[in-house]
Design a protein around this ligand. Sequence first.
Ligand SMILES: Cc1cc2nc3c(=O)[nH]c(=O)nc-3n(C[C@H](O)[C@H](O)[C@H](O)COP(=O)(O)OP(=O)(O)OC[C@H]3O[C@@H](n4cnc5c(N)ncnc54)[C@H](O)[C@@H]3O)c2cc1C
Length: 503
Amino acid sequence: MSKKVIVIGAGIGGLTAGALLARRGYNVTIYEQAYVPGGCASTFKRRGFTFDVGATQVAGLEPGGIHHRIFEELKIDLPSVTPCDPACAVFLPGETQPINVWRDPEKWQQERQKQFPGSEPFWQLLAKLFQASWKFQGRDPVLPPRNLWDVWQLTTALRLDTLITVPFTFMTVGDALRLYGLYNDRRLKTFLDLQLKLYSQVNADETALLYAATALGVSQEPQGLYHLQGSMQILSDRLVEGLEKHGGKLFTGYYVERIETLENNKSQIIIRQRKTEKTFTKTADHIVANVPVQNLVKMIDSPSQPGLNLYQQRVEKLPEASGAFVIYLGVKDEAIPKNCPPHLQFLYDYDEVIGENNSLFVSVSKPKDGRSPEGQRTIIASSFTDTQIWNNISEEKYQQLKQEYTIEAIARLSNYFQLNSDTIIHQEAATPRTFAYYTARDKGIVGGIGQRVSTFGPFGIATRTPIKNLWLVGDSTHPGEGTAGVSYSALTAVRQIENKNFI
Ligand SMILES: Cc1cc2nc3c(=O)[nH]c(=O)nc-3n(C[C@H](O)[C@H](O)[C@H](O)COP(=O)(O)OP(=O)(O)OC[C@H]3O[C@@H](n4cnc5c(N)ncnc54)[C@H](O)[C@@H]3O)c2cc1C
């Protein structure tokens, strides 16, 4: 009889793990607390507009890329996509011309040489590290290793060309800038802070250099970032198709409250159906949790498990994760400047005291990309925010704060877009409270664990947990956030489950 697997959560991580396990012969059931799958990569519809909730661009769709590989294995069609070129147009404070992160590597090289004179040796180092890290990741290493099988997978992924990365394992981007005498190049540092915060949650001084090399290198050919035709939902819909094609099942509107371990190495989960409020128990050989690690530790009810205390302590000590404030605008075409790039990043000011960038990351839909009626477009702008300021306040204070953030965001966006009562057809905002409600993420944190040296690669959160047959996938685990990152973690957990009897 095929082994039974329960997946908690139908984000990209859970759907990918569930679909791959179903394809590989497991009996898979996914329980998702929301009524639509996709989590931070899902969508919602308002007045003819389709808004991507969080993720708006996707890496890993080129041949050999992680989504491409997974879709091939599942025998499902890849979504139709348009490459993002430039991947991002970055506006620094007071500047009206952007720094364009072009898709063509040569064009990007010329752009950065023009924008940041004298910095090429730094970029060349990043390019070398990216090449080596990308090849290494393509050989499916298991990081961080937790048993002999993992170590073996890691070792077989290492090649001579990986050795170049080793001396840089403990370095941050700030260290590399110092190495090249570029640390005081304020413009370069600001640009890096902005871009890195987007991918790694932290700035150049904190981001692990090897992570940065990958995050900053992935926008150029032959890799690249892509905009999905229709909406982000297509990615989840296709994965659900893959899951069901191979016999797996997805139940939406089911909240998993607790995970308990049983004596026979099996685990059981306590599930509440949201509509009826009825609870029931299900047992499985493996449980795959697609939740932030901060959620996971609160769900485990197995006090005597060895190693669990240390695991919980580590999670408690993790630096506070960020939340997001997102504004979703449905607008008339004339609100958007001609030749507007698909993604823009605006830095408004830099707070020297807290070292925080005050920025907006903006995603603009294209005509006929399936997100808006003819003559209309969507603009989605997000910024990082401290979850604490949104939680534990009265409803009245919360609404007031949300209103203040909305007004501020629209005012700032109006420097570039034509936004007024005539061009804005629909407006709506999401805060950490919204993300906590719709995705059940602890305190509404988004984007996973900051990719500092202490939490990246060998020091990251593993897909293995201290509980046998309980696995963690998603943006808390190596290699980090983004739909591509969480798909790698899903693939790792699937391979570990399959090879679990090896040692
Ligand atoms: C504003 C914003 C912009 C972003 N932009 C990009 C981008 O452009 N490109 C990109 O690649 N990434 C982007 N990201 C990051 C990306 O969306 C996430 O890293 C990724 O989608 C996370 O996937 P996941 O599967 O790990 O988790 P999630 O998406 O959080 O999925 C987890 C799922 O589990 C469900 N769940 C949780 N708890 C329970 C429970 N107890 N019982 C049952 N179900 C449960 C949730 O409802 C959810 O559906 C962005 C994120 C945000 C917030």
